[in-house]
Design a protein around this ligand. Structure first.
Ligand SMILES: Cc1cc2nc3c(=O)[nH]c(=O)nc-3n(C[C@H](O)[C@H](O)[C@H](O)COP(=O)(O)OP(=O)(O)OC[C@H]3O[C@@H](n4cnc5c(N)ncnc54)[C@H](O)[C@@H]3O)c2cc1C
Length: 1011
């Protein structure tokens, strides 16, 4: 590029920047919601679950219909396109665009009204939130997408979403009664079925009614003019799916003299946000279906499974999902349960569900299906019936996790979400499969196929490496061929997942007649073409948005990576996030992401962090400009609980990406005071220990706590643990534990970390006692220092590295001498196993990592090998066990529960209670104190239940939190085991020697969840 060329580009970029700043200011003047026009914020909205990356001009997150109207009015005055967005989980790039993204998922999340047979909601309500609300009154909405925990009603309308149970529930278009919408010029109107009258003008009508009447008349006219086109579709028997659908929208007069009725709200379903923005919608509900019988049928070929699916249709299954062998293989390798469930020889499988109010009747239908398969020649090699509710859940997992399982495939070549989503008349399934195989052969491609076989909805994912040059062209050619075959079989495209950026051009190519009808409809609603242009109706200037692809080299100014991995490894980690948005789930069974659940905005989601790093690496976010400040705010929404790493199907190491981000911010701007201090919590604890008893007095003195909050930022209301100084290490030294153990047999190095060392010697002493009684030699090397997890959590890499290096010397020596390393603090294990390899490049590290585990896991192994000397006495307690986040990633928790169940009369409540909200030092911080209590609400409410006598958990921070909001004791499991074994004083169960000192002598109230 010439110098002049560079200069011109810089001037353009500068002008764009100024324009953007001005636009953001304009919008802030008219919108009460969030206006995000900075590079970092925009980068979070550049992707969805598709292959595309398209940075928007900016983002508006409306708080009300007025905000939506003001944004659209502003956009129409300025000629700026607007793209409505829900959770951003579309697979075809439906919610992406270069204009202003209107994110309805952040603030418009209210269920407004529930009537006997309808419910009125805002567009940001998630499908699962709605279903949970309706289930309480014995009703349901119906359409059941696999990602119900994430997908929003706005997005479901935009996509006309359906799911496996389409034969039972239909799609969203069957369930819309009316909708309040904002049209492209900013007019708010209520869309409902509207009669086509012969009014010459709008006299006597309200503006709203006049607008509706005009739209209804317009649709009637388009419909009238398109008779030939529509008739040809009907004659071909082609299923109408993609595009704006007029079937069922234009309802002929039901009697003489009656008017034609136009079901305007129904037209919204599947319109991809390109006709109007929905601000509230009234939906039909239906009674929940009481009974269901589910079976899994396995076959020796895909073709035979498809034929069997057709043969089963007369039995009217509520769902009939078809899996190919690749999906079955991926599922088998993903989980031992599926490995047992799915026969290794199976080439295809069918999940069949019969549903109805009569459970026995459903079972009989399933009997018939099994019998039919037995008698017919479909080579059904195995049948599994769901006998109990847990089986039903498990079988459905196979179907519901299809997309996430696919997203979980890591590596350069993986199944890509580009050309999937074709619809064929179900009877054509066998013919389609033949042609599908031929197309794949012609292109030397492999693909994965998953289908709702009963209604001919197929998802095809070719294996490809989107980063390889020429791959896009190869995939586009493959897609073109496949679409051609679909069309020849009277099928269509974009049934469930829309046309979006992936398929609009194929739609225009193969269905020009249909597209002209759509163009007329678009013109009626959005004459200027500003609402989500380029979806369904091709945009005037056909654009070809980029695929999400990181450059081979990163801008030097970015300065990443700062951790111990290559730029390629960092890029691969970013690349592994496919944007499926599962981390935006607002409820279980997954635990990620506690912070998103508390503040459901895109920047709080784990995937936002991957998008932000992608923005930095791709040069969209300039670290030199205001980018770093915005990056800090986004990175700070993560408190390093690692739940996303555990729950993400692709196992994306978001915590590592966040550490990169935080470290980059620290490198650019330095550390702020409170994070600097919290990174040094071990030093603070040591100092507190030296200043005893003054420091312990200060913990409970309101004035001293006030001062502590002002000076150090440590929340005044937080109960803090007493300082015990070096009491434990002195005790250990007296017993000779601070020298290498001379015992023969198994030996462990006890890695103490801060809490056991400086606040709660009983935990450490209990563990030592249990181990020694079982004949295990214990060594507590006094040279060990804090694990450094607190420093890692704030991005203070210098301190984290110093601590890691000192510990590594100690741990390496011990491992060489044959010690195993154990810790009572789950976060310390995480630091050693996950973070040290990212901090240090040391060839001894893998051995140290392999030798490290949590103390309860070690005790469980002893027990399994019959070497744990217990002799546990009864402890008549009813305790709530809380599985700490950092233990969950090591698969711990169940083993702890197993150990505790060795104690007679101890009743353990192991219900899932989510994250405690404490997250190490996060909940200590004055700025986060109430947020932390809100996040831990489920746990804190549970532990308060009168039947429970207390709590038990391994994590010291979670213990602080559990004791914060109740007067009950929470103990470490090793203490309970030691008490039951007679190795620790029984009064620890009720005494206050372990209890954290109270700040103000009060139990905290748990703040209500934010609205
Ligand atoms: C793991 C996974 C599983 C999936 N499973 C299914 C499935 O089983 N069935 C299925 O049909 N799809 C499925 N999908 C595809 C997709 O997620 C769904 O179609 C989903 O309903 C989209 O919802 P969303 O909230 O993410 O919407 P977005 O992707 O944000 O938006 C979708 C469309 O709706 C429009 N829109 C959003 N809000 C509004 C509004 N307020 N007013 C007007 N238009 C609006 C957008 O402009 C866009 O065109 C799946 C996707 C993933 C990643």
């Amino acid at each position: 590029m010439s110098q002049r060329g560079n200069g011109v580009m810089e001037t353009d970029a500068r002008r764009l920047e100024i324009d953007r700043t001005r636009m953001a200011e304009d919008l802030r003047g008219v919108v009460a919601g969030d206006v995000i026009f900075d590079d970092a914020g925009r980068s979070l909205y550049s992707t969805d679950a598709s292959l595309f990356r398209l940075p928007p001009l900016g983002v508006v997150r409306p708080r009300s219909v007025e905000d939506v109207a003001a944004t659209l009015e502003w956009a129409s005055r300025n000629g700026v396109p607007v793209h409505p967005r829900g959770a951003g989980t579309g697979l075809a790039g439906d919610a992406l665009g270069s204009g202003v993204i209107l994110d309805c998922s952040r603030h418009l999340r209210r269920i407004i009204r529930t009537a006997d047979e309808t419910v009125c909601v805002q567009p940001g309500v998630t499908c699962r939130q709605l279903e949970a609300h309706l289930a309480a009154v014995g009703r349901c909405f119906g359409p059941d997408p696999a990602n119900a925990a994430v997908t929003t009603l706005g997005g479901m309308i935009g996509r006309n979403t359906s799911g496996s149970r389409f034969p039972l529930y239909g799609a969203v278009r069957d369930r819309i009664v009316s909708a309040e919408v904002v049209l492209s010029d900013g007019t708010v109107t209520e869309l409902r079925p509207t009669a086509v009258t012969n009014w010459g003008n709008a006299e006597g009508l309200t503006a709203d009614a006049a607008r509706r009447a005009t739209l209804a008349r317009g649709i009637a006219a388009v419909h009238g003019a398109a008779q030939d086109e529509l008739a040809s579709w009907a004659a071909s028997g082609r299923l109408v799916h993609g595009g704006y659908r007029l079937d069922g929208v234009v309802c002929p007069p039901i009697s003489d003299g009656a008017a034609t009725l136009i079901d305007l709200p129904r037209l919204l379903a599947g319109s991809s946000g390109s006709l109007a923005v929905v601000t509230t919608v009234t939906l039909k509900t239906r009674p929940t279906v009481a009974g269901a019988a589910v079976g899994l049928f396995f076959f020796d070929s895909l073709e035979r499974a498809a034929a069997a699916a057709l043969r089963l249709q007369p039995l009217v299954p509520a769902a009939c999902d078809l899996f190919d062998k690749r999906h079955l293989a991926l599922s088998r390798s993903a989980s031992p349960t599926f490995e047992r469930l799915i026969p290794a020889l199976a080439e295809a499988g069918l999940l069949v569900e019969f549903a109805g109010d009569d459970q026995a009747g459903c079972q009989r239908q399933l009997d018939d299906a099994v019998e039919l398969m037995r008698r017919s020649r479909f080579h059904c090699i195995d049948v599994r019936r769901a006998e109990v509710a847990a089986d039903v859940e498990l079988f459905w997992q196979l179907s519901r996790t299809v997309v996430s399982t696919l997203h979980g495939v890591r590596g350069t070549v993986r199944p890509v979400q580009f050309m999937e989503d074709v619809v064929i008349p179900p009877g054509q399934l066998p013919a389609f499969l033949e042609r599908y195989q031929d197309v794949l052969k012609r292109h030397s491609a492999t693909a994965l196929l998953y289908a709702h076989a009963g209604h001919g909805q197929l998802h095809v994912r070719p294996f490809a490496d989107p980063r390889r040059s020429g791959e896009r062209e190869r995939l586009e050619a493959l897609a073109a061929d496949l679409v051609g075959e679909v069309v020849r079989l009277d099928g269509t495209i974009g049934g469930e997942q829309g046309l979006g950026l992936s398929r609009t051009r194929f739609f225009a190519e193969h269905f020009p007649g249909q597209v002209s009808v759509c163009r007329e409809i678009k013109r009626l609603f959005d004459p200027a073409g500003l609402l989500n242009p380029g979806k369904i109706v091709p945009a005037a200037a056909e654009s070809r948005p980029a695929w999400r692809q990181l450059p081979q080299t990163f801008p030097e100014s970015v300065g990443l990576p700062l951790l111990n991995w290559t730029p390629e490894a960092l890029a691969a980690e970013v690349d592994a996030c496919n944007g499926c948005g599962a981390c935006r789930a607002d409820a279980g069974p997954l635990r990620m992401c506690p912070r998103f659940r508390e503040s459901p905005g895109e920047e709080w989601s784990p995937r936002a962090k991957a998008n932000l790093v992608a923005g930095l690496l791709g040069g969209e976010v300039d670290p030199q400009a205001a980018g770093m400040e915005a990056a800090r705010a986004i990175a700070d929404t993560c408190f390093n609980c690692h739940q996303c790493r555990v729950d993400c199907a692709a196992g994306v190491d978001i915590p590592a990406l966040v550490t990169e981000l935080k470290a980059a911010v620290v490198a650019a701007e330095g550390l702020r005071w409170t994070p600097w201090l919290l990174a040094r919590v071990d030093r603070l604890s040591a100092l507190g220990g030296r200043l005893r008893p003054l420091s312990n007095w200060a913990l409970t003195n309101p004035q001293a706590r006030w001062l502590l909050e002002r000076l150090l930022g440590i929340a005044q209301g937080r109960r803090l643990p007493r300082f015990t100084g070096n009491a434990f290490l002195r005790w250990a030294a007296r017993r000779g534990l601070t020298r290498p153990s001379r015992r023969a047999g198994p030996r462990v190095l006890f890695f103490l970390d801060t809490f056991a060392r400086r606040h709660d010697p009983l935990v450490a002493r209990s563990l030592v006692a249990l181990l020694e009684r079982s004949g295990v030699g214990v060594f507590i090397d006094p040279r060990q220092v804090a694990s450094g997890i607190a420093a890692i959590s704030v991005g203070d890499l210098d301190l984290a590295r110093r601590l890691a290096r000192r510990n590594l010397r100690v741990l390496t020596e011990a491992v060489r001498l044959g010690y195993e390393i154990i810790a009572t603090e789950p976060a310390a294990v995480t630091a050693i196993q996950h973070d040290y390899p990212l901090l240090l490049d040391d060839e001894e590290l893998p051995r140290v990592v392999a030798a490290t585990r949590h103390a309860t896991d070690y005790l469980w192994e002893l027990q399994q090998e019959g070497r744990l000397v217990g002799g546990f006495e009864p402890l008549p307690q009813r305790l709530l066990y809380h599985q700490p986040c950092h233990l969950r990633q090591h698969g711990g928790g169940q083993r702890t529960a197993g150990l505790l169940r060795l104690i007679p009369n101890l009743s353990l409540d192991t219900r899932p209670t989510g994250c405690s909200g404490m997250a190490g030092t996060f909940g200590l911080d004055h700025d986060h104190y109430r947020t932390s209590l809100r996040i831990g609400r489920t746990l804190l409410t549970a532990v308060r239940e009168p039947e429970l006598t207390g709590g038990v958990t391994e994590c010291s921070a979670c213990r602080l939190q559990m004791e914060q909001a109740t007067s009950k004791q929470t103990l470490h499991p090793v203490v309970l085991l030691a008490i039951a074994a007679g190795l620790a004083p029984k009064d620890a169960l009720s005494g206050d020697n372990l209890r954290p000192a109270t700040a103000a002598g009060r139990v905290a109230t748990v703040p209500a969840a934010e609205g």
